[in-house]
Structures are given as structure tokens and as C-alpha cells.
Design a protein. Structure first.
Length: 175
């Protein structure tokens, strides 16, 4: 159910805004990678504005009822400095982390390396908890040289690296 409520804008005018309990951020744009500072500024202000590219109408989202934010990202590293804001506002957080290995194929030259990605995954898991950072290998790409077997091997290698590192860190925390 979408709840609409009056919202006072920074200029003092009133509009109707949706007020979601759960915000799914960055499904269309990688907000953590490119707009973390802007998103958290809007979170502090209390609302965001979105302009529909097809009809030009503005939609307003109020964060007064928000309790949980889901981020989707290929590079959530820029979120780290902002996690305290979520804690202070008592917001839960979940990160759907796209972590893949197409380095040899040079398919994603502008994302962090696989090693950096795994380090980011572990750091976020330490900060948010092991259940709040979920990785996915996406997209699944097959080429003449990248076979199903090679792709499965890449996925297995990432799984092993992430799980061994996380288990080691959590085991050390139990001591």
C-alpha cells in the first residue's frame, strides 16, 4: 500500500508525497557508486524528488516513515562513510552487491578489481552484519571463450573467497 501525505518542501510549499517504509534505492541507477553523497543529503533533508522522464511529472518521496533501505550496487564502497547516518536514523539496510569476475574479458573496465570487490564485501559485512550484504554474480555472460564451465568456475572462486574470508573474520570475533 502506498501512503500519500502532505510534505513541506524546502521552499515552504506543500506537495503530496509517498511515504514508504522500505525504500529500494538504485535499481535503475547505481546510487551507492555514483550518488551516495547526494542520496544521504536528501535523506537528511527528509525527502527526494524524482522527475518521470516520460511525462515530466515530479514525484516526491518522504522518508519520515522509512525504516529500511535496500541498495543495489556494483560498487557500494562509497556507502561506508554514510552508514552511521543510517544507524542514527534507526534505518535497517541491505545491500544487493553485484560482484562478478570479467577482468580477463575486460567487460567491465570501470568497476573495482575482483580483489577490491571482495575486500569491499568483507568490510561491508563487518559494518552491517553478515546477513545484510548479499552478493550476486550478474550478468551471466557467455562468449566463444567464456564457456559455462569457466563461468561456473569464476562463480565458485568468488563464493569460496567471500565465504572463507567472512567465516575467518566472524570466527575471530567470537574469540
Amino acid at each position: 500500500m502506498i501512503i500519500k501525505k502532505p510534505l513541506i518542501l524546502e521552499d515552504g510549499s506543500f506537495v503530496q508525497a509517498i511515504s514508504p517504509v522500505v525504500v529500494s534505492a538504485s535499481r535503475c541507477t547505481d546510487i551507492p557508486a555514483f550518488y551516495a553523497d547526494c542520496f544521504f543529503h536528501r535523506l537528511q533533508v527528509g525527502y527526494s524528488v524524482w522527475t518521470n522522464p516520460f511525462n515530466g511529472k515530479k514525484s516526491y518521496v518522504s522518508y519520515d516513515a522509512t525504516r529500511f533501505i535496500v541498495f543495489w550496487s556494483k560498487n557500494p564502497l562509497p556507502l561506508l562513510p554514510f552508514l552511521d547516518i543510517l544507524r542514527k536514523k534507526n534505518f535497517g539496510c541491505y545491500i544487493q552487491f553485484t560482484l562478478n569476475d570479467y577482468e580477463d574479458e575486460n567487460l567491465e573496465p570501470y568497476v573495482p578489481s575482483l580483489l577490491q570487490h571482495i575486500e569491499i564485501y568483507i568490510e561491508l559485512s563487518k559494518c552491517l552484519g553478515k546477513d545484510a550484504v548479499i552478493w550476486r554474480f550478474d550478468p551471466l555472460v557467455l562468449t566463444e571463450t567464456l564457456t559455462v564451465e569457466k563461468l561456473l568456475s569464476k562463480i565458485e572462486r568468488i563464493t569460496d573467497a567471500c565465504m572463507v574470508s567472512r567465516i575467518s573474520w566472524y570466527s575471530a570475533m567470537q574469540i
